[in-house]
Design a protein around this ligand. Structure first.
Ligand code: PLP
Length: 510
């Protein structure tokens, strides 16, 4: 088990063993962890609802376990994992900030979670108000006119945005073919462009790590549907020429898409709408503190400028102006809409958590989130100066990049080694090998939720790793992590030569 900042945490006897059995191996016929209350509902003949030819002949091989064993199994597994609740998690771009528990509490309220999505509007006025207010807040934060809450994550938001782009150009009687993306973009961007039916055209970054405006201008023509940008970009740098970029793209009739997976740097300070963007998706599971990365589902609402509202997915929750009884209801989908992006209302309970986060912080609080996120990232960059190579060593936003390129050429060390050595030091690794334009990149995002003391511990861990690389070269680096429940994995072999540790025929007999 890893504990934050604890140096070489020794494993407990229980954790030292790599082979926690799979859940199937705990299964014993007849054990159960559930009970149904007797009801007065009469039994029905199965044949009367499912014709015999469609019925399963063999019993379904489900795990049969006592509650006690289930809790023990999952608790043991959870203790072998590093998690944002355990310590700092400086995973750049993915923003693993701490998620306050009160928002999970909100999600458990019966009025929030125990509501069937088909419930008539008259019985869920509160829920509708929550969604309408969240949409309004999102528009205020992004500088947009309306939003859909349906997309289930960032990538789903991107695809929604590209379908909106297509709908807009079709509406203008045009069939454009290309979407521009900088070479520092997140991998989901080109994938979404392809899914949206467009060709990807890559815009190279200049020596400052920013979009090269002159090259961009050369790439622009009447076949360009739009550009996808993250600002600050994935190097953690602000695109200073965003106004000129927006002007140039709009001049050829293209749209600007803002990948707002991480608004951490700009919340309450600047707005994509004011930068000239037409479409923005926001990862509420990164920016607005709702658990993600195995901790729960996400949501990637998409906000748009006025002219794109007719194309939004629907039905949308709206404030009713002319209803004498109800304040909130559903706006039917206009014929111009791109259609549904999710069943019902998207991952609504995630939105409820995020709304709680917005209310708890308020406008001032959100601004403070951004200021602290940027301050923490700049502090850490300064602290690691001279210890690691920092390719763009100037004021950054919520994250910054270090590079292991020199160590690679000198001693055959990789960003992956640094990641594994940090695990030994009791911290989660930063994102590595991304963005692709930096050799052996470490992408470090400390977030605003870590204290100065934790940041100092994190810096010391990075420092210790650098020292180990210098003193012992690859010797320790290639063995790391040496004190975690699972040691160094061979990533290629795990994919190419899958070993299934569970075999139904062997384990379900007892
Ligand atoms: C995380 C991320 C995405 C994708 O979001 P998902 O919710 O994981 O689909 C897109 N762009 C950037 C910059 C991101 O960091």
């Amino acid at each position: 088990m890893i504990s934050p900042g604890a140096g070489k945490a020794s494993s407990s006897p229980l954790m030292g063993n790599d082979s926690e059995p799979t859940i199937f191996e705990y299964s014993h016929r007849g054990r159960k962890s559930w009970s149904f209350a007797d009801t007065d509902i009469p039994d029905i003949e199965l044949d009367s609802i499912i014709p015999p030819q469609y019925q399963r002949q063999e019993p379904l091989e489900l795990v049969e376990m006592s509650e006690r064993d289930i809790v023990a199994h999952f608790t043991r597994l959870s203790q072998r994992n590093y998690a944002v609740d355990v310590g700092a998690y400086p995973l750049g771009s993915c923003t693993m900030k701490y998620n306050p528990k009160i928002f999970d509490y909100i999600a458990t309220l019966a009025g929030v979670s125990a509501v069937h999505p088909a419930t008539p509007a008259s019985s869920i006025q509160g829920w509708l108000e929550l969604m309408v207010n969240f949409e309004t807040s999102l528009c205020e934060i992004t500088g947009m006119a309306a939003a859909t809450l349906q997309p289930a994550a960032g990538a789903a938001g991107e695809m929604t945005g590209l379908l909106l782009m297509r709908a807009w150009h079709n509406h203008m009687g045009q069939n454009r073919k290309k979407v521009l993306i900088p070479d520092s973009a997140h991998g989901t961007n080109p994938a979404s462009v392809r899914l949206g039916g467009y060709e990807v055209v890559t815009v190279p970054s200049n020596s400052k790590g920013l979009v090269d405006l002159e090259v961009l201008k050369d790439l622009l023509d009447e076949d360009v549907a739009g550009i996808m940008l993250t600002n600050p970009n994935t190097l953690g740098l602000y695109e200073e020429e965003i106004a000129q970029i927006a002007k140039a793209v709009h001049e050829v009739g293209g749209l600007l898409y803002y990948d707002g997976a991480n608004l951490n740097a700009i919340l309450g300070v600047i707005r994509p709408g004011d930068m000239g963007f037409d479409i923005v998706h926001v990862n509420v599971h990164k920016t607005f503190a709702t658990p993600h990365g195995g901790g729960g589902p996400g949501a990637g609402p998409v906000a748009v400028s006025e002219k794109l509202i007719p194309f939004l997915p629907g039905p949308r929750p709206v404030r009713l102006e002319n209803d004498s009884v109800l304040k909130f209801g559903w706006q039917q989908m206009p014929s111009t809409s791109i259609g549904r992006l999710h069943s019902w209302h998207g991952n609504a309970v995630v939105i409820a958590r995020a709304y709680g986060y917005l209310l708890a912080n308020g406008a001032e609080g959100l601004r403070k989130v951004a200021n602290t996120a940027v301050l923490n990232a700049n502090w850490l960059r300064h602290r690691l100066r001279g210890i690691y190579e920092i390719p763009f060593d100037r004021p950054n936003m919520h994250e910054f990049i270090a590079s292991i390129g020199k160590e690679k050429r000198k001693a055959g060390l990789h960003a992956m080694d640094v990641a594994k050595m940090l695990l030994e030091q009791g911290f989660h690794a930063p994102t590595i090998n991304f963005p692709l334009i930096v050799e052996e990149a470490l992408m470090i995002e400390p977030t605003e939720t870590e204290s100065p003391q934790t940041l100092e511990q994190l810096a010391q861990a990075f420092e210790q790793v650098a020292k180990q690389m210098q003193d012992s070269g690859t010797e320790i680096a290639h063995q790391a992590p040496r004190n975690t429940p699972v040691r160094r994995l061979d990533e290629a072999r795990a994919a190419r030569k899958l070993i299934q540790t569970w075999d139904a025929n062997q384990t379900l007999q007892n």
